[in-house]
Every structure is written in C-alpha cells, then in structure tokens.
Design a protein around this ligand. Structure first.
Ligand code: FAD
Length: 487
C-alpha cells in the first residue's frame, strides 16, 4: 500500500512509523524544512530552546513506537521521571511545590494551605478512577465507529457516567472537592493542558491531574525535541521517505475516493492519504471542492499562546524546570480570553530546560521559555499592541516575585504568538490543541480519524480525535493505523 502523509508533526511521524513497520510504502510531505511542527527547537545566542511543548507525559506512547518498529529505545531516546513537577508561586509570595508523589504533594498542601492531606489524596484517587473508567473509551479508539461502543467494558463504564462529573464544570468539581481558593486555582490550571476554560470545561477533565500526579511527568534527555528527533530518525530507519519543503496543494479525489495529492503542481497517486495538517485547513485549502463538515469545522478553537524565549544572564537557584506564577483573579483571566484579549495580571509559566540540561544555556545563565495563555487569533486583535502590553505585565510580575530587574538580564529574545503558530504549522487561528473542550459534547464534535465522505482519507494530530497534546496526538496515530488495518 502506498500512503502519503501530509505533515511531519509528531502524529504524522508516529503514523508513518506504524504503517512503515507493517511494510507500507510511506511518504511524508512537510511544508517546513524541518520535522516536528510545533515540537521543534532552535538556537539563539548560545541558548537552546524547545519551541513548543515543554511538559512530557505518557512516555509509554513513545516507547510503544519503538516496540512496534522492533527496536530497543534506549540507545535513541531516554527520559527521567521528575520528582518535582512544578513550582507554584502566588502574588502574596506563597510558594507551593507540586511533588509528583501524591503523598508528598498532599502533605505540602496541608502544610501550606491547611487543607487536610487526606482530602487531596481522596481527590487524586477520584481523578485516577475517572481516568481508568473513561480513558479507554474516549482516548484509545475512534468514537465514530459502532464497534467502539459494543463491548462489555464500555457498557460498564457507561453505568458509572453519573460519577464522572460530565454535567458540571471542572471549577465546580474543584470547589466541591477541595474548597481552598488557591488549591482550586492550582487544579483549574489543568484545563489549560488542552486549551480549555475551567469555568466551562466538563468536570470529567479532572482526569488530567492524574497524568502528572499519578502516572508522572517526565523529562527527555536532551530536551523535548528529542521526541521528534528520535521518532523521525526511527521512521527513516523503517524506510519512510520524508520530503521537506513540499507543501501539499490539494487532495485528489475521484468518485468519492481519495486517489492522491498534488504537490509542486504535480499530481501524485496514492492508495490512501493521512492528513496531519489541521483539519480545518485540510478541508478549506486542500479539499475546497468537497462537502465540508461545517459543524465540526466551526467549533470554537482552544486557546493559543504567547511565548517569549529569553536568554537570561543570571541563575535563579529557587526556580525549577516548570514554574508557575499565578494571577490574583483566575476567572478574570479566562473572561479576558473568552473576550479575545489578555488580562493585565496573567498567570505566567516559566520553563527552564537548562535546569535539567546545563548545556542548553551558557555557564551561569538560563534559557527561559515564558508563556501566557492567549485567545486564538480571530482576526480582530491588534497583536503587536497586546504583546507589548503583556510583555510589560510579565516583566513587572517576574521582577516583583523574583526580586531582580528581569528586563536587564535578558540576553536575546524571540517571540511566538498565534499568528506565527498558524503560519509555521498551519494551525487554524494558532490554536494549540485544535478545538476547545469547553462543552460536554466536545469529544464527539472533534473530527473523527477518518472521513465518512471520502474513502481512503484519514486524519491524525491535535485537531482530530482524541485531541491535542503529545500523548493524544500519538494516540491519534495509533487509531489511524488501526482503522487502516481494519479496512
Ligand atoms: P503539528 O505540530 O501541528 O504539525 C503539523 C505539521 O503539518 C507542520 O509541520 C506543518 O508544517 C505541516 N503541514 C501543514 N500543512 C501542510 C501542507 N499543506 N503540506 C505539507 N505539510 C503541511 N503538548 C504537550 O503534550 N505538552 C506541552 O507542554 C505542550 N505545550 C505546548 C506549547 C506550545 C507553545 C505549543 C505550540 C503547543 C504545545 N503543546 C503541548 C501541544 C503540542 O505541541 C501539539 O498538540 C502537537 O505537537 C501537535 O502535533 P501534530 O501532530 O498535530 O502536528
């Protein structure tokens, strides 16, 4: 079988590995001259930066790809489990450590916020139960195939639906289970892991903390880009042909079937096509003549991000790999995002990979990836003005919290915003995670991993089922592989 994959994002690469491992002839067409899409890296003044993702969860999905390919992973990709997941700091200078170990985390919360440790442990257990009850239905298979629903474990899971908090919000669950406003804010932040709003997203998403405080957060040796690099080179060893700098112009169809793609003005025949390009643009740009699933395409997008990549000519021993500086009013932040703008007291995330890999920054310096959540680019925002204002707000906050004039320490700056995210990866409106998960039906309204109108067309990546983020993108590749295998 000859398969064309449009896009060398992480899901495109993973799909290529799975198919090539079963002797498909796979060609990946990538518009950029590098692999990885959002999961890429760059150098600036002697500092190395991971451009996009910074948090690595569910490494077993990477491991599985080496297993499928029949290779030992360890010579190519290594990772460590983080004992400390995140350092949290509020404007009143309370600092709380998010230990990976649930007991240590719960004890820290009891010591700092006087919330009984057992209450936190009970909540984390409920997160785990929800994940174990629903994960296999919502994440591992296509939701759009009857076979997914016709088996005993699914029927049993359905009976537990009333305990899954589907019809309430994440924030309401956190207020009910945890109570303390700072703790509610801390757990509400997990909604941002798929670009959602905790005051709207369904309570079932309280499964997300289980990924960090149950299964664990990890760091790949050499940085996040090693995920892309190791899988890209694995794909090449399996015979996948990568064509960089080749932007697919259209998907060719004949009588309800996909028969190939057009690149550089040339028609190329393929038995099947997998799009790792954002679903929205796949239809609008590559299939303008086809009937579009408008309801799916018009779902609201997830949040985007504004990132400042700063070389910092100083070392901050109190900071760790993942650091959060919270705002005073979390709801106001999400209200601002919903209104298409950025609050003046945003929660700021600072990722410093040189804490794990000293070679990522010159001696005595640190590579800061400073990010705030921002709305997707709906075409109405004045981004230059918003970026300028937010940069000042971030600098003010970090200067006050860390007690040093941060701006004077900056040794080179690059900026990524929703416009550049869209232009570099073709993600509609620069959304990080495809469509948002702000309603109970979101999982069902996300585009399936196959086209039900055009035979031989499949979809993987953050804008298709099961959603954005590295683990779910890798799962989308597995689902596409299973669908192709079953046809
Ligand atoms: P993408 O990365 O979206 O890549 C798609 C590829 O397709 C691109 O390379 C693009 O050039 C190519 N393409 C598009 N159109 C064409 C065409 N016509 N022809 C050829 N090629 C085409 N996830 C986490 O798990 N943890 C995190 O901490 C995290 N943080 C993030 C922070 C940021 C700033 C960003 C941007 C994302 C973050 N994410 C995180 C989300 C994660 O990066 C994405 O969900 C995931 O990488 C998306 O992968 P993908 O396979 O959908 O492809």
């Amino acid at each position: 079988m000859r398969t064309a994959i449009i896009g060398a994002g992480i899901a495109g690469i993973a799909t290529a590995i799975r198919l090539a491992s079963e002797h498909h002839e796979v060609t990946v067409f990538e518009a950029n001259d590098y692999p990885g899409g959002k999961l890429s890296e760059f150098e600036q003044n002697g500092y190395r930066f991971d451009a996009g993702p910074s948090l690595f969860t569910m490494p077993t999905y990477v491991e599985e790809l080496f297993q499928v390919a029949g290779e030992d992973m360890s010579p190519h990709f290594q990772y460590e489990r983080l004992p400390l997941v995140c350092r949290y700091q509020w404007n009143d200078d309370l600092v709380l450590y998010g230990w990976a170990d649930p007991l240590a985390f719960a004890s820290e919360i009891e010591a700092k916020l006087s919330v009984p440790a057992q209450k936190v442990l009970n909540f984390l257990k409920k997160c785990q139960n929800k994940y174990e009850t629903t994960g296999h239905i919502f994440l591992n298979k296509s939701l759009h195939k009857v076979s997914t629903w016709l088996n005993m474990p699914v029927v049993k899971a359905m009976l537990k639906i009333p305990q899954m908090d589907i019809f309430t919000t994440m924030n309401a669950v956190h207020e009910r289970e945890l109570g303390h406003p700072k703790l509610v804010q801390l757990f509400n932040r997990f909604a941002t892991y798929n670009g959602s709003n905790p005051y709207q997203a369904p309570g079932i998403l309280t499964i997300i903390p289980h990924f960090e405080h149950g299964i664990g957060a990890f760091y790949p040796k050499g940085g996040m880009y090693q995920i892309t690099k190791s899988l890209w080179t694995l794909a090449q060893r399996k015979g996948v042909d990568f064509r960089f700098g080749q932007k697919v112009e259209s998907i060719l169809t004949q009588e309800g079937r996909v028969v190939g793609i057009k690149v550089n003005g040339e028609d190329k025949a393929y038995d099947q096509v997998v799009s790792n390009m954002d679903v929205y643009h796949t239809y609008k740009k590559l299939l303008p003549q086809a009937k579009h699933p408008e309801k799916t395409l018009n779902q609201p997008r997830s949040t985007s991000a504004l990132i400042f990549y700063w070389g910092i000519r100083h070392s901050f021993p109190d900071l760790h790999l993942h650091n959060i500086f919270f705002s005073d009013d979390y709801r106001a932040e999400f209200d601002a995002l919903a209104a298409g703008t950025i609050n003046d007291d945003p929660t700021v995330y600072v990722n410093i990979s040189s804490k794990c890999d000293a070679s990522d920054a010159p001696s005595g310096c640190e590579n800061w990836f400073v990010m705030v959540n921002v709305p997707p680019n709906d075409g109405t925002q004045d981004w230059d003005a918003l970026i300028d204002r937010t940069r000042k707000n971030i600098l003010k906050k970090l200067t006050e919290r860390l007690g040093l004039p941060i701006e004077t320490l900056i040794d080179g700056e690059s900026i990524l915003d929703p416009r550049t995210i869209e232009s570099r990866t073709s993600s509609y409106q620069g959304a990080l995670y495809g469509t948002s998960s702000n309603n109970q039906m979101a999982a069902f309204l996300r585009h399936p991993n196959f086209s039900n109108r055009l035979e031989n067309l499949y979809f993987c990546g953050g804008s298709a089922h099961p959603g954005g983020g590295i683990p779910l993108c890798l799962l989308s590749a597995k689902i596409v592989h299973d669908l192709i295998k079953s046809t």
